[in-house]
Every structure is written in C-alpha cells, then in structure tokens.
Design a protein around this ligand. Structure first.
Ligand SMILES: NC(=O)c1ccc[n+]([C@@H]2O[C@H](COP(=O)([O-])OP(=O)(O)OC[C@H]3O[C@@H](n4cnc5c(N)ncnc54)[C@H](O)[C@@H]3O)[C@@H](O)[C@H]2O)c1
Ligand SMILES: [Zn+2]
Ligand SMILES: [Zn+2]
Length: 375
C-alpha cells in the first residue's frame, strides 16, 4: 500500500489527478493512490467534492474479494465507496436539477430511468442497474462524477457526515416502508444488531414504536441497541417467550425484520410475531432458506416480504426529513473517522467495537498507516 504525502484539499483545477481508494486487481486488498485521473463531467452528470464516505460490509467483501464480491461483476479498476455525500462543484450540460454549491447524498443503485421497473415507480430494482463503487467510480476519493439522476439534493445546511449515512439508513427506512405496518404503537422485533438492524430499531423508536426488541450475539452491539433505547437479547434467549410476554394479549409482535442474513435467525422471528403479522427480509442469506408456507403464510396468515435498496425517492424524502428535522441523529452512529489512506484499518474496525466508520477525504493522510496484514 502506498501513502504519498499530498495536500489534503487540492483544488480540482490545479490537479489533473486525485487521491482515491481503488480496487485495481481481481484479488484481495485495495490500493490507496494519489494519481487517480481527475474525473470529467459529461452531459447529465455532476462533479461532487466528497465530504464523507461510509464503509459497510459490502466494502469488506470487495476488499476480501469474496465469492459474493466476485458475483458483483466489478468494473476494475474502480474507486470504491457507495455511501457518500458532498458538494456539487461542477454541473454538466443538460442538468437543471442541481447547481454548483448544492449539497447531495448519493443513491448507490444507479438506475437507467428508462426500463419498465424505472418507469413504473421501482427504479431501485432497475433492469440495467449499476452500483456506485462497484461498476461506477464511487466516493472513496476526493471527487466523484455521478449522473445527476443518482443524486439526492439536500436542504442547505444539512450535516454532510450524516448525509453519508442516508444510504444505509435508507435501507432500514425502506424495510419499514415495505412492511406496510403503521409503526406508531407497534411492537417491532429485529434479528441482527449490525448497522442495518440497529438503524431499523432507531428509526422505529423515532416513529413511535412501542416495544423494539433486537436479537444480536455481539455484546458490544447489544450495548449500542440498549443505548438507543431498544431491548437487546441474545439469540440463545427465548425470543418467542420474551415477545409473547411483552405483547400480552396480542400473543406476539406486530412486525419482524430479519437483518442478520443468517438463515438460523428466521424461525424465531416467524414464531415471535402474532397472527396476521408481517415479516420483512432485509439481510441477504448466502443460500436458499426454507419457509413452512402452510404453517406460517397460510394458517398463521403472515405476510412475508423482502426489501431491496431504497425507494426512489420516497425513502430518501422520509429519511432526510427525519434527520433535517432533528428527530433522528445519525451522527450518534459514527464511531470512527479516518483519512482515505486508512481504508485497511477501517476495514479491520468493522469486525471490532465499531458502528459506522467514515472515510473523510479532508483529513490528512497518515504516511505511516499500517497495512491490514501488519495490524
Ligand atoms: N436488502 C438490502 O437492500 C440490503 C442493503 C444493505 C445490506 N443488506 C444486508 O443486511 C444485512 C445486515 O447488514 P449490516 O451492514 O447490518 O451487516 P452486519 O454483518 O454488520 O450485521 C449483521 C449482524 O447480525 C448478527 N447476527 C449473526 N448471527 C445472528 C443470529 N443468529 N441472530 C441475530 N443476529 C445475528 C451479527 O452479529 C451482526 O451484528 C446483511 O446481510 C447485508 O448484506 C441488505
Ligand atoms: Zn453499503
Ligand atoms: Zn431502469
């Protein structure tokens, strides 16, 4: 890994290159470079000065070049980073929805806006979808060029670090929207207390949920769940009995969210909800999962749904409003801020005591940043 000494904020005019974290080869690891070509703005695009970019489990998969990462059909080389925010510094021909100085957060599901799902309100499930930071250069860089149609314009003064978390918070918000359940007064059970499960819990509390119970094996993460006012339990505990007791005459919770991706977590959720409840799958299991249709969908009357990405732009409108109105403080989830040069350490942090880890291009690079192998 190289860690060259460069000024943290170079003017785009002066620099024909920029600092970026790239996946340069189809193998484990990433590279921090200071000579990535400055991106140019084409018609319909904007250039963004990146304020902050958040790291998630997908970035770890890309780092490791796991089977899941290989399945993404990456464009290599590519600048990583799909949860990011910044300020528009250049606007391409034909763009009238954005102007220089606007604050934006990026939608990572870059839609074509022409296919059938796009034309019928389901652009998050576009047939020609390209993913930011996988197929298009992403936000682990000083600057980023993206289609204007993938930018969510934020109100002036919106905190840009929190804006970088709108993408993952939107995953949680969309899952709640997909449930179709009126969250105010509802009893909510979640498996998985990673960022996605925790965000579902936090947003459900903000929306007035009654009981919010999160099943999570990691003690540090259970602590975060409790810090945000929800009830944390271990997967080894009797979730069905706990939810049964808390919901009294309802004999089960109103809605469940599977946010671990672990197939073993699903059966307890199906039993912890009441009759005619809704179960939403958000976590992505690595294999096919069995479901007893007769017992749960037919006799118990459950609605079972999946949730993918964020609805464009209904999810963004809701989640950004919760933040800009002060009802939801996403900064409380940020545990670490690191310069671009520290991606290796940032990936390591994901499996330690952390919640959301930000890369902040404006922070000076650490010349002595340890490589992941040395850490
Ligand atoms: N549907 C979507 O659009 C979408 C978007 C982003 C992420 N995801 C998926 O959502 C899931 C969660 O994402 P994340 O970033 O929070 O991941 P994460 O890996 O940080 O969190 C998963 C959590 O589940 C916990 N867990 C493990 N076994 C468990 C069990 N038996 N019961 C309960 N919890 C258990 C882990 O300790 C961990 O804290 C992942 O599968 C991810 O791929 C889906
Ligand atoms: Zn992500
Ligand atoms: Zn499309």
């Amino acid at each position: 890994m190289t860690s060259p000494a460069v000024s943290p904020i170079a003017s785009p005019e002066a620099a024909a290159t920029m600092r970026a974290v790239i996946k340069a080869r189809p193998e484990r690891g990433v590279e921090f470079v200071s000579d990535y070509p400055e991106p140019h703005v084409a018609a319909g695009e904007v250039k963004i000065q990146v304020a902050a970019a958040s790291i998630c489990g997908t970035d770890r998969e890309l780092y490791e070049y796991s089977p899941m990462a290989k399945g993404f059909n990456l464009r290599i080389p590519v600048v990583l980073g799909h949860e990011c925010s910044g300020t528009v510094i250049e606007v391409g021909e034909g763009v009238d929805s954005l102007a220089v100085g606007d604050l934006v957060a990026l939608e990572s599901h870059v839609a074509c806006w022409e296919c059938y799902p796009c034309r019928t309100g389901n652009a998050h499930n576009c047939l020609n979808m390209q993913l930011l930071g996988l197929h298009l250069d992403g936000g682990f860089a000083e600057r980023l060029v993206a289609p204007a149609s993938a930018c969510f314009k934020l109100p002036a003064g919106f905190p840009l670090e929190q804006a970088a978390l709108l993408e993952p918070a939107g995953v949680a918000m969309h899952a709640i929207q997909r449930s179709g359940v009126e969250i105010s007064g509802a009893d909510v059970v979640i498996s998985g207390g990673g960022p996605v499960g925790l965000l579902i819990a936090v947003i459900a509390k903000v929306m007035g949920a009654a009981n919010v119970v999160v099943s999570e094996p990691n003690a540090y993460r259970r602590g975060l769940v409790e810090k945000f006012g929800a009830t944390a339990v271990e997967p080894s505990e009797d979730l069905v009995a706990i939810c049964g007791a808390l919901s009294a005459a309802k004999s089960g919770f109103d809605v469940a969210f599977e946010a671990s991706g672990v197939p073993a977590a699903l059966p307890a959720l199906l039993d912890a909800v009441r009759r005619e409840a809704t179960v939403v799958a958000v976590g992505i299991p690595g294999r096919a999962v069995e479901l007893d249709v007769a017992s749960y969908l037919i006799r118990k009357g459950l609605t079972f749904r999946g949730s993918f990405g964020r609805s464009l732009w209904g999810t963004w409108e809701k989640i950004s409003y919760l933040v800009s109105s002060g009802k939801l403080d996403l900064s409380a989830l940020i545990t670490h801020r690191l310069p671009l040069s520290d991606l290796d350490s940032a990936i390591d942090l994901l499996s330690q005591e952390s919640c959301k880890v930000l890369l902040v291009p404006g922070l000076p690079d650490r010349l002595d940043a340890p490589s992941r192998e040395d850490a």
